[in-house]
Design a protein. Structure first.
Length: 131
């Protein structure tokens, strides 16, 4: 069974759990070749100004892979430590199998996990990789 896919126009801008949230996730470019470097970004928020213990991007590859691979993300700007107004996290990957992949994000702060997008198990489409 594959992921739940959300249309691009579906709006779930904020996912809140115990004052921690993820929002505004995306991948760019949305299309490319096998040698293209793709970058995923998501914004991490915490009203207590606590940094995340970990932020991940989950990339689901269609069959024959048919599973989600989770990759650690890092701070886009390590000097941005004001989590009350949000801080961007990023991950880049050059090699991707041909076809359309799907993605989602997860973050942990203490014992709290937050995800984007919602609902649980939902993925965004992209990128599409040509042969």
């Amino acid at each position: 069974m594959g992921p739940v896919i959300l249309a691009a126009e579906t709006k779930f801008d904020f996912v809140v759990g115990d004052a921690t949230a993820l929002s505004s996730g995306y991948v760019f470019p949305p299309r490319g070749g096998r040698g293209t470097t793709f970058t995923w970004r998501v914004k991490y928020w915490d009203t207590g100004n606590q940094p995340p213990d970990a932020v991940y991007v989950g990339i689901w590859f269609p069959p024959p892979c048919g599973r989600t691979y989770w990759y650690p993300m890092w701070a886009y700007n390590p000097r941005d430590t004001d989590y009350c107004d949000g801080a961007w996290y990023t991950f880049s990957r050059r090699w991707m199998p041909p076809g359309t992949a799907y993605y989602r994000f997860a973050a942990r702060q203490g014992s709290d996990w937050v995800y984007w997008p919602l609902p649980a198990g939902a993925y965004r489409r992209g990128p599409t990789v040509g042969r």
